[in-house]
Each structure stands twice: as C-alpha cells, then as structure tokens.
Ligand binder design. Sequence first.
Ligand SMILES: [Zn+2]
Length: 214
Amino acid sequence: MMGLDLFFGPSVERGPRDNRIYLTFDDGPNDGATPAILSTLATSRAPAAFFMVGEHVRRFQALAREVVAEGHLVGNHTYNHVKLTFVGRKKIRDQLGKTHDEIEQRTNVRPRAFRAPHGYRSPFLKSICMDMSYTVFGWTFGVFDTARPGVEEIRRRVRKRLRKGAIVLLHDGDGYDPEGDRLQTAQALPGIIADARNAGYEFAPLTDLLDSRS
Ligand SMILES: [Zn+2]
C-alpha cells in the first residue's frame, strides 16, 4: 500500500517471514485483564507489547510499572483514544506528548513505539513521530476480541489467522472505558500461546521491530 504510506507515513504491520510472531495488547492498562495477562505471559515466558492509553496509565500507574518490570514493551496509544484522521496537527502532538510524558513519569521508560487508535493514521503523524523517535506500528491481524465473542472463539480466530511474522492485535483494555471488561481475552491467552507453539511459532519481542519497515 505504497500510496497510503506516502500520505500517512510508514507503519510496521508484520515482521520478517519466519516462525517468530509478536503479541500486542491495546487500550490498557486495565485492572481486570492486565494482571491476568501479565501472569500468563510470565508463566509462559512470552514477551508482549502493550500500547497504552495515557488516561489509563494515569489511573492505573502501578499496573503500567508492572508491565515494564515484567520486561514488556510499552507503547503510546494516545491520551484519550482519539481517531487521528479527523483532528489537526496540534491536537495530535498534544495527545502523543501527554501520553509520552505520562508513561515516562510513571514507569521511567521513554516509549519508542506508537500505534494509532483503530489504525486511523494522519498525514501529520510521520513528522511528529520522527521528532519523537517513534516507530509507528500497525498489525497483521486482529480477531475482534473487543466484541467479546467468547474465550474459545477468540482462541480459535487467532489459531486460524496465524502466519509467519504476524503482529497479533489483542486488547487488555477498552479505549473509552477504563473499567472495560477484557477478561475473555485474558482467559483466551493460555490457549493462544499453546496453539501457536504447537504450530511451530515462537514469540518474539516487538522491540526487535523498532526502526524497521514491514
Ligand atoms: Zn485502541
């Protein structure tokens, strides 16, 4: 999609076509799903990336710190889950800057990865992200886990769509509701990890794809 890339700037949507895949969780932290997901990732020794909403980081600071302490990548996902395609440069810069500061203050880590809510990018994003030294990430596939289709259904959808180098989009939070229920995703995760390993895939940190192009 070169034409869109020229307009919106590059985004990493898939890794190298080998047996490594990348777990990502958006819209947290969330005090229901995030601890359960962290626990599964620790037990399974699987790395992940968490694209956090700034407002939720402010609300659940200890959880944001825990994600970092567990060694996972924390990315910027705007402050209020704003659809960037429809807003101006200043608002985009504010949304990214506020979230950057919130994450850095609460976790002592400077985020280097950004993902646009709903994947709605903007022509302004490229220069803003270059200034902030961010790599912009998309995803290879999502499974509509936010619609809560059932634990087994979430697991089945991931299993069916897995492919080499996939960046898998899941959700540990709700972009618009800090109390949103993402427990189905958390409960599906052990099965998702087992299925992927049984199919010969390995989980790699999204950090490996910083500064890359898909
Ligand atoms: Zn989101």
